[in-house]
Design a protein around this ligand. Sequence first.
Ligand SMILES: [Zn+2]
Length: 118
Amino acid sequence: MALYHMIHNRCPKCHQGQVFKTNNLFSFRPTKMEDACPHCHQNFVKEPGFYWGAMYVSYALATAEMALAYVTALLLGASPFDFVNLGICIAVVIFLFPFNFRMARLIWLYLFTGVVES
Ligand SMILES: [Zn+2]
């Protein structure tokens, strides 16, 4: 259920307010976060630099996406050590950068708000 709320850009506490000001997960336009939930006033910035840790989540997401792209390319007939595979993996990560950025911050926020089990 938490994944559903993350994908729909909802507050980890009340599931009503938005965390990001826009809902498009794949927009390359810069997006801003709310400082607090417009519905329940849950603080989204717990301390200065709170979202630095989201880089680890972003790294994990990008690694999983690259592995999936690599395996998919292999299944489609590419050779294991081909620069085409490398290009495909890099293109996938660049294309999914906005998704990773937002999902990493949302996962980080949900982890440290303590409501992942809901
Ligand atoms: Zn809220």
